[in-house]
Design a protein around this ligand. Sequence first.
Ligand SMILES: [Zn+2]
Ligand SMILES: [Zn+2]
Length: 268
Amino acid sequence: MCAVVVLLAACGKKEPGGRATHLDFAAYGDCRHQTDIHQKIATNIAAAGAAFVLVSGDLVDAPDDPQAWVEFRGAAKDLLKRPYYCAPGDHDTGSKNLYQKEFGLERMYYDKVEGDCHLFILDSGGSFEDADQMAWLEKTAAASTSKHKIAVFHHPPFGIQGRRVGQADGIRPKIHPQLVKLKFCGAICGHQHAFYTTLREGVRYVVTAGGGASLYNIDPSLGIDGDQSRKFFHFVGFQKTGSRIDARVYDVDGLEDESLAFKFCEHP
Ligand SMILES: [Zn+2]
Ligand SMILES: [Zn+2]
């Protein structure tokens, strides 16, 4: 190994060639439909060393079919060996509660501290109109002493997928002002099958919904200056440096699209 590679590795930076490596954590989602793509993404995230994974939901097509969960487990097996924090998507929940059983959940929303990150896994299925969840979020996040507060939920409050802009408009007033007030660093979302990131009033939103489900057309003109987006199968890798978290976006083979790199958050 040449000195440059050793130096880059020691700094936690990517190796020449743009392959995902030395990740602190990663995010992906909407991995139903194409198991082979899901499996490749899972393998590449695991190989890049992510300590935990944030998942934006929609893991299966048929939530009441036990075989769908067998296939999910097979595709995600490299990732399920580490903490796997998934928010429920609209395709995950059925009458048999197999999603809850898969992850041993008594409640669809919960929090977890991983190092200096306080993670809030939220249930957006009711468009954040349930008073219990919102009261819990406010109380728990306000009491948090962690440097980074990160939310994970399925339905994004901002998006550039024409057909689902109305849905984002509907959910936004319920959750965005809360995340601003509670000083969240950002949120990991899914549902709009592509990659999209936008910074709104200090909150960084990352829509990562390219884990294997059929991709949707996106319209960057629906966003704002500074947004980044691309319709492709992908995952997002995060690296912490001091009080800052940087994010890079990788294709299904684990190779970076350098044009999509962004700062997730930075603190004084
Ligand atoms: Zn932060
Ligand atoms: Zn969805």
